[in-house]
Design a protein around this ligand. Structure first.
Ligand SMILES: Nc1ncnc2c1ncn2[C@@H]1O[C@H](COP(=O)(O)OP(=O)(O)O)[C@@H](O)[C@H]1O
Ligand SMILES: [Mg+2]
Length: 390
């Protein structure tokens, strides 16, 4: 079968016209790629999900978003999307154009091929937006799906936007009584003169972490030890986002915790925590290379070796952060555990890395929920949630 063609629903499977979603196999749109710097990582994640998703239970449609923002029918063969030998996958324009419904009356997704309407047109019950970074993880795509009245996996518009912006995220977390580290924000366009450098260093000390406010995968992040390097670090961060955040370095173990939304009104669930251990001194921190290209340079210890009371505290902080931001479905909460045992939140990711080798699925695996079951659980959570304001 041409993998970029929507499989026809002529196998006796009832379609949406025959009744509610429960009466037939739910159709899941796996959505990936996108306009952000994390395009390739999103493709790799989609590969993992396309491999794991139970095609007996769900009809799967793979839709890629090109770097230019075009929604296209994509190859649903998982192998196409793997990161291999350092080669990063990307969504190519397949001369198709996927259009969401524009009202609440139906859930039909239209496909144009070379500008002409292609049939059959099928309904989508749930979108799995495996998008990282701006224009995907930040509430923009979520907003589009809300307008189309289509259910989707993960957080809604506000939580996604808050989770994306490291500045807003810190305000919300701190406002909910969670511990965060000291930081300063450089708004878009603000220049970094000698006085700014002096003030920042006097306030936050050295080293500093300079970050784009809205990015991920460590893109554009620098660890600055010499104040003279601060302007260049800000310029680098601004290649990803005009708004920049500067943080004091936190000394502590890098611990992450997976959170899953609760079923049917029950509270969110926290996984066993994992630990990031950067073992190769060439990486000054958990940078892009260490995350995706240099598997030997970093160890994901899963579960993390932590005393039971620390595990309980990390899990408590993770669930509180999830609820503070108003997340739905899933999130990964990353913290530093300081030597004195204090848990300082670094960030919350509303669409964490999700390949089978990523920390989020691995933390669930050691907590008793395998990758396939996790994918199934996320789709089920999305299917059970109401449409509209919730
Ligand atoms: N304030 C900090 N103190 C110490 N290390 C940090 C700090 N901020 C970030 N790091 C290091 O940089 C990495 C990436 O930063 P993070 O804020 O998680 O950005 P991203 O959203 O790109 O993952 C972290 O995993 C950690 O290794
Ligand atoms: Mg991070």
């Amino acid at each position: 079968m041409d993998a970029t063609r929507i499989p026809p629903a002529d196998d006796g499977t009832p379609t949406h016209r025959d009744g509610p979603a429960a009466a037939r196999r739910p159709r899941v749109m796996v959505l990936f790629g996108g306009r952000s710097g994390e395009h390739a990582i999103s493709c790799a994640t989609a590969g993992g999900v396309l491999r794991a998703i139970d095609r007996e239970r769900y009809d799967v449609v793979a839709v890629g978003i090109t770097r230019a923002g075009q929604w296209v029918l994509a190859d649903d063969d998982p192998d196409h999307w793997a990161i291999r030998d350092g080669r990063l996958p990307q969504v190519e324009d397949t001369s198709t154009h996927v259009l969401l419904p524009q009202g609440t009356a139906d859930r039909e997704v239209q496909v144009l091929r070379d500008g002409r309407l292609e049939s059959p047109l099928e309904a989508v019950d749930v979108v799995f937006p495996l998008l990282h970074g701006p224009f995907g993880e930040d509430g923009t795509v979520q907003g589009l799906l809300e307008l189309a009245d289509v259910r989707y996996v993960g957080s809604g518009v506000l939580a996604s936007a808050v989770g994306m912006d490291k500045h807003m995220m810190k305000l919300v977390l701190a406002g909910s009584g969670l511990r965060i580290g000291p930081f300063r924000v450089l708004p878009a366009g603000r220049t970094v003169d000698a006085q700014t450098v002096d003030t920042v260093v006097a306030e936050l000390g050295l080293p500093l972490f300079v970050k784009p406010a809205r990015a991920g995968s460590s893109l554009g992040i620098s660890r600055v030890e010499d104040p003279a390097d601060l302007p260049a670090a800000v310029a680098e961060a601004r290649e990803h986002d005009p708004k920049v955040i500067i943080e004091a370095a936190i000394v502590g173990r890098e611990i992450e915790c997976g959170v899953l939304g609760g079923r049917a009104g029950s509270p969110p669930r926290a996984s066993l925590p994992g630990e990031i251990v950067v073992t190769d001194a060439r990486h000054a921190f958990y940078d892009f290379e260490a995350k995706y290209l240099d598997e030997a340079g970093v160890t994901l210890a899963c579960p993390a070796e932590l005393a039971p009371d620390v595990v309980a505290r990390v899990q408590d902080v993770a669930v509180r952060a999830f609820e503070a931001v108003g997340c739905e479905g899933l999130a990964r909460v990353d913290v530093f555990v300081r030597e004195d045992g204090e848990v300082v939140v670094n960030e919350i990711n509303t669409m964490p890395g999700f390949t089978p080798y990523s920390m989020y699925p691995r933390m669930w695996e050691v907590s008793g929920l395998g990758y396939d079951e996790l994918v199934d659980e996320l789709v089920s959570l999305a299917l059970e949630r109401p449409l509209g304001l919730r």
